[in-house]
Design a protein around this ligand. Sequence first.
Ligand code: RUQ
Ligand code: CUA
Length: 654
Amino acid sequence: MLMLCSVAAIASMQSCKMKSADSAVAGDAAAKVYVAPGKYDEFYNFVSGGFSGQVSVYGLPSGRLLKVIPVFSVNPENGYGYSEETKAMLNTTNGAIPWDDQHHLELSQTNGQQDGRWIFANANNTPRVARIDLKSFRTAEILQIPNSAGNHSSPFITENTEYVVAGTRFSVPLGDADVPISSFKKNFRSTASFISVDKTTGHMNIAFQIVLPGMNLDLSHAGKGPSHDWFFFSCYNTEQAYTMLEVNASQKDKDFIVAVNWKKAEEYAKAGKGHKMPASYAHNTFDENTQKATSVIEKDVLVLDPKDCPDMVYMIPCPKSPHGADVDPTGQYIVGSGKLAALIPVFSFDKITKAIQDKQFEGDFYGIPVIKYEAALHGEVKKPGLGPLHTEFDGKGNAYTSMFLSSEVVKWRISDLQVVDRIPTYYSVGHLMIPGGDTKKPMGKYLVAYNKITKDRYLPTGPELCQSAQLYDISGDKMKLLLDFPTIGEPHYAQACPATLIKDQQVKFYDISKNHNEYVSMGEKKADVVRNGNRVDVYMTAIRSHLVPDNIEGVFVGDEVYFHVTNLEQDWDVPHGFAVKNSNAADLLIMPGETLTMKLDANKQGIYPFYCTDFCSALHQEMSGYLRVSAKGSNVPLRFGSGVVVADAAASNK
Ligand code: RUQ
Ligand code: CUA
């Protein structure tokens, strides 16, 4: 904070004194964010979880947390990544990975507007892209990205969700080659992967990967309208440093916005201009029918080299270590936010097109033409503040840029680049978000700032303080602070859409007659326990308020016990939980009509109680049972059952 203050002071931007929250809050703020008991919020706000690896869902304007969707991290709360059905979702070519760093989200679009079908999420650390189904709020697919590291400029999408992109923040040698780090210039490359999305199923595949020089691709956004065919990536470290980047990657005055004509790339790919390169990456899908995830290892990737594909990639100089690359709702203006720049350059798509036609180049970067800065420039926003990171739009001709160093949101007009308003954030804002703010049709009513530092904003909680979001009213000329709310993990990018777009399409329960899980029990009569060598399969049912079977004997130390629990309920909001003493797996939270499996290694003798963990009824506490684990070699027969069916059960012993 001290450093931030001194930088701010130098530019005499604003006082270092912590502003009094009272004075900064709009007088009618409480009424504006109050959503009465039983009433719904106007927007769903999907917020990246950063180092939590998950995505959280809030209501706006209340800031109420509605759900945490497990995506890249295991989630003991509901067994994601622990249950046999979901384990494969986290599979990679490096085995199961229980965590990632989740930064950016993008809602699927049709004609440049949100369509409420899916939301895509990136994993930075072990490069992956996930697709979350907005009917179930569940992760449906995770695709690993080869030839990548630090998958940061992802998962931004084209106007009709034709492609989701994934660009490397850390350049690496292709094909995991073993080379000296000092051979960076020669051997390291950045890549921009274009993942095709099936129009009806959402199924993802890497269509092609464009190989670029060694540098750091940072963020991106697709064009729209006139710039529909293009994708814009910011990059830094065109110095190509591989050590002490803090200094060495900040030498040049300008880095680049990389403009990629993905339509051309598509044509080149079809025309056979690429080459298939061997690669190995996991492709995990959750099948709603079998209610089980499978992981397939893909074997190659189609690579396009700009050398073989003229007119596919251009560079636009952009001061100084650009971060956000944001495209306005008309698709005409591209905003590059240089983290270390004292201005915000805004590029014009028409000018870029003209510059390409007239060959107004100032040279090339590894054979890629570099367009003259002035030729591409619409203009510069002067003295916007310090540390511009990200820009969103309100659909009324205004842009809003987050200023990390001077801790503020700055509103400026796209037409004449004049700053028209600024408002402090508490503190060090990273991303900001307006519902639909990166689409053709922003809903310029609210803006949310996602901040890195909270300091004194909440009750302290030991050395780690919560991260925070702040809601502003942007419906008038002046921005007004309405609300602070804490977030899960570290919030980076976020998306919000009108609640009406998705609230009525929600899956309420799974039709049990369509449950094709291979271990389903279609009714209590089908409950069973089957031994096969040292593997014991328990086919269990759950319904208010009992588990069948609830007595199991004849299991021995050294057995592997699989509890396949089917929730027989066919009603909304009646999950059952399942936990068993001594289990190393987490809780299962089984939705109505669903089957989930927990594996238990019976490694010590004793009585293992099991029970439903979700308070489902007045007799929830009674929803329990016992597993008896006997010493290896003892002669306890396999017996199982529940109440009246115990006798039948004994007869069906195998
Ligand atoms: S990046 S602020 Cu991934 Cu800006 Cu977080
Ligand atoms: Cu089922 Cu508690």
